[in-house]
Design a protein around this ligand. Sequence first.
Ligand SMILES: Nc1ncnc2c1ncn2[C@@H]1O[C@H](COP(=O)(O)OP(=O)(O)OP(=O)(O)O)[C@@H](O)[C@H]1O
Length: 233
Amino acid sequence: MLEVRGLESGYKHSTVLQGVDLDLSDGRVLGVLGRNGVGKTTLVNTLMGLVRASAGTVRLGGVDLTGRRPDVVARAGVALVPQGRRVWAPLTVTEHLDLAARRGRGRGPWDTRRVVELLPRLGERLRHSAGQLSGGEQQMLAIARALLTNPRLVLMDEPSDGLAPAVVDVIGQVVVGMKAEGVTLLVVEQDLHLAFAVADEIAVVQKGRIVHRCSTPEFRSDSSVAHRLLGVA
Ligand SMILES: Nc1ncnc2c1ncn2[C@@H]1O[C@H](COP(=O)(O)OP(=O)(O)OP(=O)(O)O)[C@@H](O)[C@H]1O
């Protein structure tokens, strides 16, 4: 469903993505791993249209999204759960959800009722402002906001960032719940435990390219690969 070919992008003085090739089928979850600074955030931001592609193509369901503006990419069915959540502290949970639903594509399975079923904790916090929420609750709000757009593809950038291990486990269960509902996900992660818990397949980024891709069980079965590519035991 997602087809990326030879994608290059970067910033004023540096090319970060150096030719990314990537396929992701409907209903699958891909974990994207890599050391700090290899270009994982640049990859999701380029897919979302927030960073401009200088070469290559991005297609979703056969539609060419290369170089499109973020609002066009969002309308085509891509939703981003950004690193650091980016919720608006003064707005309540309900206000976030209403805004997201209004911006959504208007049709599809996800409405506020269904999102709150997946994320009951948010249902208990509807009148709270986002600034009053814990980090884990803010992450849930960012996930809810993405789902309410009824996306075909959700990009998650380090959902575990800054969360305590027990909270990371809860977020992992939420992602598994999304997957059970058929959501297609690309999840950038540093936390191997979370990536292994949610992903069908693992892709490793090094120097702006995907240098390794295999099923999660295969990746886990050979710790030398993680050691060589990620520098972890
Ligand atoms: N807005 C920017 N302007 C210039 N350079 C940037 C910008 N954002 C990131 N970079 C640089 O691009 C490279 C890739 O960064 P990116 O954030 O994509 O990596 P990452 O793999 O997501 O890293 P991390 O795991 O630390 O988040 C780094 O060298 C970084 O310094």
